[in-house]
Design a protein around this ligand. Sequence first.
Ligand code: ADP
Length: 622
Amino acid sequence: MPPSSQVNGNKSLTSEIHQTLLRWWGFDTFRPLQAEAISAAIHGRDSVVVLPTGGGKSLCYQLPPLLSQTTDIIISPLVSLMKDQVDSLEAIGYPAAAIHSGLSVNERRKTYQRLRSGVLRLLFIAPERLFNSNLIETLSHLQIQRFAIDEAHCISQWGHDFRPEYRQLSTLREHFPQASFHAYTATATPPVRSDIAEQLHLKNPEIFVGTFDRPNLTYRVIQRTNRTTQILEILGRHSKEASIVYCISRRETERLAKHLTASGLLAHPYHAGLDPKKRHRTQEAFAKESLDIVVATVAFGMGIDRSNVRLVLHTGLPKSLEAYQQETGRAGRDGLAAECALLYSPADVFSWEALIRRGAESSELPEAESQQLIDSQIVQLQRMRRYAQAARCRHAFLSEHFGQPYGISNCKNCDVCLGETTNLADSNTVAQKIISCVARVGERFGVRHLCEVLRGAQTAPIQRHGHHCLSTYGILKNFDQRMCENLVHQLLDQEYLSRSHGDRPVVMLNEKSWEILRNQRDVTLLEPRLKNPIGSQKDSDDWDQVDRKLFDHLRQWRRKIADERGKPAWTILDDRALRSIAREKPTTSASLLNCRGIGEKRLADHGAAILKMIKQHNLESE
Ligand code: ADP
């Protein structure tokens, strides 16, 4: 009997779904496409669900088995992801378990017992475990109705994260012909989407594709002039909040973490070269909120589920927009306002180009393939660069890159739409001064020396080459060295100047440089100075009427509980729930139940403690 026949008619099904959402999770509305995806699952129709990070994919497979009283299987690629999900489900009293290599014999036995007795609603498992044990047989006896494949893009060779072990999943349908299959992913271009459906042998799947835009994120691109000062300033906007600072190299992560810690901001480095135990400790401290700042390479990624990351700061240019979308996707998963700041220097483009070439040369690929690899990576890099340089809405740029028209003329949530970027008032004159200096030094020097001449510095090479006698010596002395270099890079970046290849690249003139000198072309340079950013409206709305002091008390309490239970803090209660409590300040269980994220289990577990804290807080504030 299909599970759907256990409920009468669509109307009562819809109301039953809503009641379940409220009772278990304490949420009163669905996010876009959740209701549709849940309905397809309940009716046993195969589906492919593409929702952005933080879009709420998990709920789509967590809710249906509660209604159909079945045990559903979730295929997930990472043990840490499974564990986090089981923890957050246990926090609401939801019977779920995971089978993975970290279980003791006893734990495994207990999980199998729970599985066989039918009490589990969800079982998480990695694909290689599914096929390398007798699990398939056990599951066959249990008449499994539904499989959800999380991070389903891993099955596609065309995706960016192909995992060969996912390929075995294509045989699942033969083992379970009666079951429906549901693929979930945050990143799927149309060819990857069709590949997923084909590989899993989906039958007429329903395809749900959400909006890729993340309206709660404030995007900023800031001209990098003084990295450390700028990083400290940006982190200062997020005091006591979770922040991920991405660096390009491992060495940088260690150096910066040390510097931040010495400046009074506790920060840990994280990269693939660190001892796994140390890495694990950092990840855990971040999840339990005893650590708020992680300075990482892109190795800090999948499996980081902390939902209240308020800042993702890139200290250098990412390699592609796909990587940028994924890394910034870790901000604001709870839907509250969060900032994604990118410190950009056009110099990064040159560093990446060199790295890409070196990487391809050492890959031992045949020459044609190696060249193909270089070309495709350079194209991706150029798109990233265009994003960083563009003086247009960042939300629109990203949405369009992922094939979705944006349709809003002013997002009010990026540096460009907030009016934070400023063009240098006399861009043309400054550009002409720089270009004439390139000509005067005979197109034989690099950016640093060029800027030293422009600023009128007294260095040995300037004396040696007689550059202190040039007419362009000191004509930009009102800029400091970093700002001056930034301006030269902006010109190189827009191809108004050229640069030679090799270890000691020199700045050279090109056709466009001459056009600028002859006043035949206008130049726009961005002001490389820092400006105080304007806060987003979304951020002030999210804090509206929230008693910050009470919110801080609640956070401290949550950290303590997380520590006692050894669970990630956000699985106890997320920031949205805490803000809702600190806004409403309920004094009875019934009114606490009206706060976001408080379902029956959480009320039973934490209601008394929370109400006591509010009472105490109210007394203190009188
Ligand atoms: P994804 O897997 O798509 O990245 P998650 O399933 O982790 O996203 O959900 C992100 C956050 O959104 C979680 O904190 C989750 O509790 C919350 N969430 C999911 N659905 C809803 C909803 N309908 N209402 C409010 N919050 C929701």
